[in-house]
Write a protein that binds this ligand. Structure first.
Ligand code: ADP
Ligand code: MG
Length: 684
């Protein structure tokens, strides 16, 4: 037996390895199995070049757990190692890279916990002693055993071993005895080794016999050695993609909508299959994450930073030997290969959607509802994706017809361009609640889009910023006459003075909640007599502040609405008339007085004309103040008369309530009162 000292300066590297990497101990298995796969693949390559001409019948890699002896054994039929090779690869190279690694990351151990490349030495994270039994495939090689107990000392001796290949025996330490559970190892193998290219066998398949689980004589192979993404797209049918999806996510019952087969070998290596899942209305926690592989070895399923955030909504696998796997996440994000891969994937995804749109538009339209959240997310977060997606993103109107952005522009251009040459896209966020407004817009020949998706309000802001002369206006943000301002001047049937009086009358019936501004508009006699609208600007500001967009000033304001009275509606004309009659006796004297004061004020103003402030006599100033005060008092009196009259006017109350009702804003006691009043009015 020969003894040696591993060439390290750190006194004892192993306690440090253990301490540093506490969170990810399980990757020892991935590292050891990958080494076994590498060794097996090397032998296969040598066989194809003729450098090896021996048998290659059973290449399976076997993993065994012995709970009693507290060992885990990984056995392969790969190239094996000679004594020289052990010295070179295990004693020198692997150790020095382990040391270098620790040297480099000493200070930021926490940041790098996760993916790192300790390779073979990661086995010391869970072992008190590691043995390598190995025999090279080369003729006349001696079998040797290397052993190390976690100190820098190791021993090497010759042993008897029939087969070429390597057997790694881990003596699991007490802190790591969880790894001696069969179920734990099976779980890890399924996680990391599910698609390795060499058969991975973990014991025997079991069956139930007489109430006991017993081994059969069949190998329990963990992996599928040729998963779909390693095949050529031409060799795969739609069913193959569907069944691979099930293989990836056995607990999922929904079928994916589409898939993309990635197959790049220049300027980087990348294969994979991505699936578009059905994305539900809510951004649910994504349970089917994209899995990242490196040469069929599972690396991680947290791909944030490797693919753009919106693509994390996709499912599937990405396999690239060019992604540096054994480094920290922040390093990954700044890696230029990773960036290239990321933008390549984005491009592929956009191209695939664009293809389906062009070649199978019907299919695309059918699946749009399930895709739109994903596409909207991509358009908002990635300018390059936006450029492509704006050509296939669909906009649906209230009739259920779908249009691309260009098609829609052509459709509405003639009828929905306002006097300032802005294209006005009308939309509804709720076809039920905004029904009245939608109907009014349709009667006017306008088209109304349905924008009720979770990201639609962001998307329309985004589109407005992209297209200078385009505005989105919700159908209930104004009366239909003013939604799209054109140069048509409709005249009112009411006189200005009548309108002013009626504003006071209507004010006595405003709801207590919210801020209302009463205004008169000369609309079509067929439009509703009274309507409630909310300005697009104010509503958006409040929505943004509710979503945490920093507009808290607007969020704190009470909602403000317009109560718009149709001055051309018959009922309003009637109300104007009857109001006039009812308050005539009381208002006439007041109005007379007001107009006499007005002419006094007028007279004073003429006197003042051309004089500087200090040339005006104090007497004149006082007189003016008094007149103004008198006028204010009279106006107040006038308003009192009108409010007094308004308060008892059930018809007005009824009209205001009807407007509230058609906006879904009449609730509770107010609604109850409305119903009772309606019954009374019908009985009359
Ligand atoms: P890496 O795999 O990145 O080279 P490792 O520390 O995992 O680093 O392994 C170091 C070296 O030891 C390998 O490159 C290989 O030459 C050798 N080796 C490890 N495991 C085996 C094995 N099962 N069979 C043959 N050689 C092995
Ligand atoms: Mg390795």
């Amino acid at each position: 037996m020969q003894k040696g000292q591993i060439n390290v300066t750190t006194e004892n590297i192993f306690p440090i390895i253990k301490k540093f990497l506490y969170s990810d101990h399980e990757i020892f298995l991935r590292e050891l199995v990958s080494n076994a796969v590498d060794a097996t693949q090397k032998l296969k390559t040598l066989a194809t070049t003729g450098e090896y001409d021996g048998e290659l019948s059973d290449v399976a890699i076997r993993i065994d757990v012995n709970k009693k002896k507290k060992t885990i054994t990984i056995t392969d039929r790969g190239v094996g190692m000679t004594e020289d090779e052990i010295d070179k690869y295990i004693n020198q190279i692997a150790f020095s890279s382990a040391e270098e690694f620790l040297e480099k990351y000493k200070d930021k151990a926490n940041a790098i916990i996760g993916h790192f490349g300790l390779g073979f030495y990661s086995s010391f994270m869970v072992s008190s002693k590691v043995e390598i039994h190995t025999k090279s495939y080369k003729n006349d090689s001696k079998a040797i055993k290397w052993e190390c107990d976690g100190s820098p000392e190791f021993s090497i001796e010759e042993i008897k071993k029939e087969d070429y290949g390597t057997k790694i025996i881990l003596h699991i330490d007490d802190e790591s005895k969880d790894f001696l559970e069969k179920s734990k190892i099976e779980e890890l193998l399924k996680k990391y080794c599910k698609f390795l290219p060499v058969p991975i066998v973990f014991g025997k398949k079991t069956e139930w016999k007489e109430g006991k689980e017993v081994d059969t004589d069949q190998d329990n192979q963990i992996n599928n050695t040729s998963p779909a993404w390693t095949k050529k797209p031409a060799d795969l049918k739609e069913e193959d993609y569907q069944s691979f999806y099930k293989e990836l996510y056995p607990m999922t019952f929904d079928n994916p909508l589409f898939n993309i087969h990635l197959n790049v070998d220049y300027p980087f290596n990348l294969t994979g299959i991505l699936y578009f899942p059905k994305i539900k209305q809510n951004f649910e926690i994504q349970k089917n994450k994209i899995q990242l592989y490196s040469n069929q070895v599972f690396v991680t399923d947290s791909v944030e930073g490797i693919v753009p955030e919106f693509l994390t909504l996709l499912h599937g696998v990405i396999d690239s030997p060019d992604i540096p796997l054994n480094v920290s996440r922040s390093y990954l994000q700044s890696d230029s290969n990773v960036k290239k891969i990321s933008s390549h994937i984005t491009k592929k995804v956009a191209d695939r959607l664009s293809d389906i749109f062009k070649n199978e538009r019907d299919e695309f339209e059918k699946k749009w509802e399930d895709l739109k959240l994903f596409v909207a997310y991509g358009m908002l977060s990635d300018p390059k994706f936006y450029e492509k997606a704006i050509k296939f993103a669909l906009f649906k109107n209230t009739e259920g017809k779908s249009f691309t952005w260009d098609e829609y522009n052509t459709l509405i251009k003639d009828n929905q361009t306002d006097k300032d040459k802005n294209l006005i896209c009308l939309y509804t966020s709720d076809t039920e609640a905004q029904f009245t407004f939608i109907e009014a817009a349709k009667r006017k020949g306008y088209d109304v889009l349905v924008l009720n998706g979770q990201l639609d309000s962001h998307l329309l802001n985004h589109l407005e910023s992209k297209f200078e002369n385009t505005r989105f206006t919700r159908v209930d943000s104004d009366v239909v006459e003013k939604l799209i301002r054109k140069d048509e001047d409709t005249t009112s049937k009411l006189k200005k003075e009548e309108e002013l009086d009626l504003i006071t009358v209507f004010k006595s019936h405003l709801p207590k909640e919210g801020n209302y501004i009463v205004m008169f508009e000369p609309m079509s006699p067929n439009s509703n007599p009274v309507m409630i609208t909310q300005s697009e600007f104010m509503r958006r500001m409040k929505e943004m502040s509710a979503m945490g967009g920093g507009m808290s000033f607007y969020g704190d304001l009470p909602s403000s609405y317009n109560l718009v009275v149709n001055s051309n509606h018959n009922l309003i004309e009637q109300i104007a008339k009857s109001t006039e009659e009812a308050v005539k006796a009381k208002l006439e004297p007041i109005k007379k007085e007001v107009s006499s004061i007005d002419s006094d004020i007028q007279a004073l103003e003429t006197l003042k004309k051309g004089k500087k402030e200090d040339e005006i006599a104090q007497e004149e100033k006082d007189q003016m103040d008094e007149l103004r005060k008198k006028k204010d008092d009279l106006n107040k009196k006038k308003e009192d008369v009108l409010s007094e009259y308004g308060k008892d006017n059930k018809l007005i109350k009824q009209l205001v309530d009807l407007a509230l009702l058609s906006n879904n804003m009449l609730k509770g006691e107010a609604l109850d009162n409305f119903v009772k009043r309606s019954v009374e009015l019908i009985e009359k």
